[in-house]
Ligand binder design. Structure first.
Ligand SMILES: *[C@@H]1O[C@H](CO)[C@@H](O)[C@H](O)[C@H]1NC(C)=O
Ligand SMILES: *[C@@H]1O[C@H](CO)[C@@H](O)[C@H](O)[C@H]1NC(C)=O
Length: 285
């Protein structure tokens, strides 16, 4: 190898290393969702609306995803409106299921990407989320008085603490934005803190508004079985507040002892210096 070919290969290696270190975005939401065919329609809309670009440049984000059976409930809208609705399903913070389960039973308000567009009025750009008394996580628009329209179904994927994808049962209805072709709420056992449920009618019999094929209606229902009384999933993740308290309670005592002994060592040392001083004074005479 002569000198020039060495320098060419060194240059090549340097260029290669440079190319590797160019900070592209942290993740690729399109590729992430491609692994889950049940979200292909949702993923397709993230591409068509170009929302994926705004998602990929974020560093901490949570996507409330709708599966293929549920997306048709918003696709009667123009692409611009679909973009607005979907951007209200992108939370500008990282929330995985563990973090959602630590929420209180008071609604927590989270900022969405719709707020960041500047198109949102009042609370359209915010969602509220709550851990209800059954241990279920519910979502709704933070618009004053808006109902909780969506339930947590499952954690789909996450890259802590940057991107999290959570499946929800149906779209979050943003008041004043678009039309929603939703099945009637599934009959739920009486629950004091949930909006009154209309008379429970079997889903298949209800006449659904015009433009949706009836074939779409049963699938969301089948995907999200009505919670039964004997299947609470809350207790497993119950917080353990006592651990922290104990640590806090234990902590001061060793410190105090340390302080005392350090202080007494100081006294002894001080006394030693004084004795030595007196000795030398004495010797001088
Ligand atoms: C993840 O988020 C952290 C802090 O928010 C950020 O510093 C980091 O660059 C992000 N990582 C990726 C791969 O985006
Ligand atoms: C993200 O992934 C998709 C699908 O794999 C691909 O077509 C696209 O080029 C990727 N984008 C970037 C910026 O890597």
């Amino acid at each position: 190898m002569n000198k020039s070919s060495v320098s060419i290969s060194v240059t090549f290696v340097l260029l290669f290393l440079l190319a590797c270190s160019v900070p592209v975005s942290g993740f690729n939401i399109t590729r992430l969702l491609n692994r889950f065919p049940e979200f292909s329609v949702f993923n397709g809309y993230l591409t068509k609306t170009r929302l994926f670009e705004q998602i990929n440049i974020r560093q901490t984000i949570t996507i409330l995803a709708l599966d293929n059976g549920v997306v048709p409930s918003i696709t009667g809208n123009s692409l611009d409106v679909i973009k607005q609705i979907l951007s209200a399903h992108v939370i500008l913070d990282y929330y995985d299921s563990a973090k959602f389960r630590k929420l209180s039973n008071k609604p927590t308000v989270l900022t969405t990407m719709f707020q960041a567009t500047g198109d949102a009025v009042r609370e359209q750009g915010f969602v509220k989320v709550v851990l209800n008394r059954r241990g279920q996580i519910e979502f709704g628009s933070a618009w004053r008085g808006a109902p909780f329209t969506s339930m947590f179904v499952r954690a789909v994927a996450s890259q802590p603490y940057n991107v999290s994808v959570i499946q929800i049962s149906s779209p979050i209805v943003v008041p004043g934005i678009g039309r929603y072709n939703l099945p009637p709420p599934a009959p739920v056992a009486p629950e004091p803190d949930v909006a009154p449920v209309p008379a429970p009618t079997p889903l298949a019999d209800t006449p659904s508004p015009a433009d949706e094929s009836p074939a779409d209606a049963p699938s969301p229902d089948a995907d999200s079985p009505v919670p039964t009384a004997d299947a609470p999933d809350a207790p497993s993740s119950a917080p353990h507040p006592s651990a922290d308290d104990e640590e806090d309670a234990d902590a001061p005592s060793p410190d105090d002892e340390e302080d005392h002994s350090a202080a007494s060592r100081g006294h002894i040392a001080g006394a030693g210096v004084m004795v030595a001083g007196l000795m030398s004074l004495y010797m001088a005479f």
